[in-house]
Design a protein around this ligand. Sequence first.
Ligand SMILES: [Zn+2]
Length: 137
Amino acid sequence: MDLLIVIVAVLGGVTLLIGARLLEGMFDKYRIKRYIEARGGKLIRARWSSFGPGWLGNRNQRFYRIVYRDADGKDHRATCKTSLFSGVYFTGDTVLKYRFVETPKFECISCGYNLTGNVSGYCPECGNPLHEDQGDL
Ligand SMILES: [Zn+2]
């Protein structure tokens, strides 16, 4: 009978720990999301990471590898450090790519003159014939 009580107590304790951890994770992600949205960005992905830069001696803080889009439409990857009573700290924030790919300029390969809309097949600036792969734009 005593053994049963111990088992139930242990199982209950483990369940509580897991539940608390899941709740923490929910609050963390919500906090990170709010932090980014307050700056005009959008959280794309947040994954819990057991170890992050400076995890040693930061037992109460949790690390997340996140991907977010900033107000300028650039995607970033960063490691995020947070806990219940501290703020949200970003480390190793790097821009992944631009959301909007710049349209390539159609230029003369020898002088750089803008050849957009050129129909003659020759650069009006230097007379260089258009390269075959430049086609007719
Ligand atoms: Zn040219």
